[in-house]
Design a protein. Structure first.
Length: 152
């Protein structure tokens, strides 16, 4: 698969892997001045990048950086972001400060990871009933919290 990036702003950086085996490409903030994220607030941080995968059966998944989350309480406001294969606008990252102190984002700071993920594009159908399963309609918490499987 080939993933092509367009640099939309001065200071935008093509994402790279931190190590050869890293699953994600590090996205950096493309800012002309620092952005302060106050406690418990959200700021949309631009990357200055647009992307074009050469396949339509992939998505670009945006994930939080674990170090920012664990050390500073900075995560992604939407948990995980999805960039569809046909989106050509700027990739921006909605960061939330879950700590009790302000956090400063500066230009060039690594703020998220981008991972190319295959997508199954199913044919959509309807039915009067669905196949039965051991879980059935059991919702939140219905499988318990221990390691005992429903159907061993």
């Amino acid at each position: 698969m080939k993933l092509t990036f367009q640099l939309l702003r001065e200071g935008a950086a093509v994402p790279v892997r931190a190590t050869a085996s890293s699953a994600g490409l590090d996205l950096t903030a493309c800012l002309t001045e620092p952005v302060i994220i106050p406690p418990h607030e959200i700021r949309l941080i631009p990357t200055g990048l647009a992307a074009a995968p050469d396949r339509s059966d992939v998505m670009l998944m945006l994930c939080a950086r674990s170090g920012l989350a664990a050390k500073h309480g900075i995560g992604m406001a939407n948990g995980v972001g999805i960039v569809d294969a046909d989106y050509r606008g700027e990739i921006c990252v909605p960061l939330i400060n879950q700590s009790s102190v302000p956090f400063e984002i500066t230009g060039g700071m690594r703020i998220a990871q981008l991972i190319a993920v295959p997508v199954v594009l199913p044919e959509i159908c309807t039915a009067e009933t669905l196949l039965e399963t051991a879980r059935g309609t059991g919702g939140f918490g219905s499988t318990g919290i221990d390691q005992t499987p429903l159907n061993p």
